[in-house]
Design a protein around this ligand. Structure first.
Ligand code: SF4
Length: 406
């Protein structure tokens, strides 16, 4: 097929024909698109009804995913794309724990049957603190899960109400305690710069999180999107967005508290105890290969990028017919280098500048590097963001792209 004569998105067959070999680790992401109630800020592809389309509900979803897994494997075989065992598996959502441990285990087994899962691989699930009880956490551990990432967001009841979360601080505390007892590695997601959140409330949230013996903490600035409940509240002037300055202040506070409590930052929004970084997420930032399964899931496979249909109806009907429920695009060298710059700058391990110089045939001039003063520094051929530079990651990435890739 001559890709210069066609425009993306391409069909799965066209994508298979355009695949170029990669020796990256292989990872699997599973999207579970169910939630009990939509949070005020949520713009994820998730639904509060448990019946999403004919033949697609909470009970049939594991079988639909099983069909998609088998079909993806067949696509690889048809196009001579190597099959590799998964180095990590991540269940995200939505609320993966809206499904029972036995349903999640069934999906995990289908992944194991199709590709295999490496010995000792990291297997994570996200969970809402009020969606799992003690027994379920033990069952997840028994099924092979190694890690749970709880959507804690805040320990302040007032902030949880503003965010429209369904759980209470007590429920989050109980779930974390039980997950640790079950032998699962635990992470907490926190949200900063919620409307009207006070500095002391955020400090309390980070301090309490860091005192619970968790292995990993993620902190994300609240983004308010137009077509969400909070977006409408913002439009009507009922709430106000926090300023960039307040966001930067909260980020720096989190970094300082977490660092003092033994957590090391390793990616812009992530801190972990030594050796407890989320390997699956590092794979995303290192440009590894991964297959995403379920409505709206994205896949990143060597030079191919493809995405599952996000609407449940078309997704389920394609899977039921035995078709691949996705379309995608083929990246050229320039787009792949753009990705490398953008992703490399997010990591503690820095961006390999020497490699970029080699690929682009351009040397980084000293005035380019000195324009990054206070934001990034050069060491042994790599560029590392400073604390302030992590907040201005987009500016650094854009400057490097303009210099090397234009
Ligand atoms: S739990 Fe997460 S995915 Fe579900 S509605 Fe809330 S923010 Fe969205």
């Amino acid at each position: 097929m001559n890709f210069s004569n066609t425009l993306p998105p391409y069909s799965p067959d066209d994508l298979g024909n355009a695949y170029s070999f990669s020796d990256s680790p292989f990872r699997v992401y599973v999207h579970i698109p169910f939630c009990k109630k939509r949070c005020g800020y949520c713009n994820f592809n998730t639904f509060t009804s448990f019946s999403l389309a004919p033949g697609f509900d909470k009970n049939t979803y594991p079988s639909l995913l099983e069909r998609e897994i088998k079909r993806v494997k067949r696509w690889q075989e048809e196009h001579a794309i190597p099959l590799k065992p998964a180095s990590s598996v991540f269940f995200g959502g939505g609320t993966p724990t809206a499904l029972s441990p036995s349903q999640l285990s069934k999906i995990l087994e289908a992944i194991r049957d199709a590709w295999g899962i490496e010995e000792g691989a990291e297997i994570s699930t996200e969970a809402n603190p009020d969606s799992v009880e003690g027994k379920e956490l033990f069952d997840l551990k028994k099924a092979g899960f190694t890690r749970v990432s709880f959507g804690v967001q805040s320990w302040e009841p007032r902030i949880l109400r503003i965010l429209d979360r369904t759980h209470s601080p007590a429920a989050a505390w109980r779930s974390i305690r039980k997950a640790r007892k079950a032998g699962l590695s635990c992470s907490a997601d926190l949200i900063y710069a919620a409307p009207s959140e006070k500095r002391k409330e955020w400090i309390r949230t980070v301090r309490l999180t860091s005192s619970l013996g968790l292995d990993h903490v993620s902190c994300y600035a609240l983004s308010i999107y137009p077509r969400t409940k909070m977006g409408r509240q913002l439009e009507k002037g009922l709430i106000a967005e926090e300023s960039d300055g307040a966001q930067a202040r909260d980020y720096e506070l989190a970094d300082s508290i977490l660092s003092r409590r033994g957590y090391k930052w390793y990616e812009v929004s992530n801190w972990a105890r030594e050796g407890k970084e989320c390997l699956h997420n590092i794979g995303y930032w290192k440009n590894d290969d991964w297959i995403g399964l379920g409505p709206g899931a994205h896949s990143h496979f060597s030079n191919l990028r493809f995405w599952d249909f996000s609407r449940p109806g078309p997704w389920a009907s394609a899977v039921q017919k035995g078709d691949l429920p996705w379309e995608g695009e083929v990246l050229g060298q320039k787009e792949r280098e753009e990705e490398e710059i953008f992703l490399g700058l997010r990591l503690k391990t820095g961006l390999d500048l020497e490699k970029l110089e080699k690929e682009s045939g351009k040397k980084a001039k000293s005035d380019l590097i000195s324009s990054f003063y206070g934001l990034a520094y050069l060491k042994e051929g790599a560029l590392f963001p400073t604390l302030r530079g992590r907040l201005l990651n987009d500016f650094l990435a854009r400057s490097l792209m303009d210099y090397f890739l234009e």
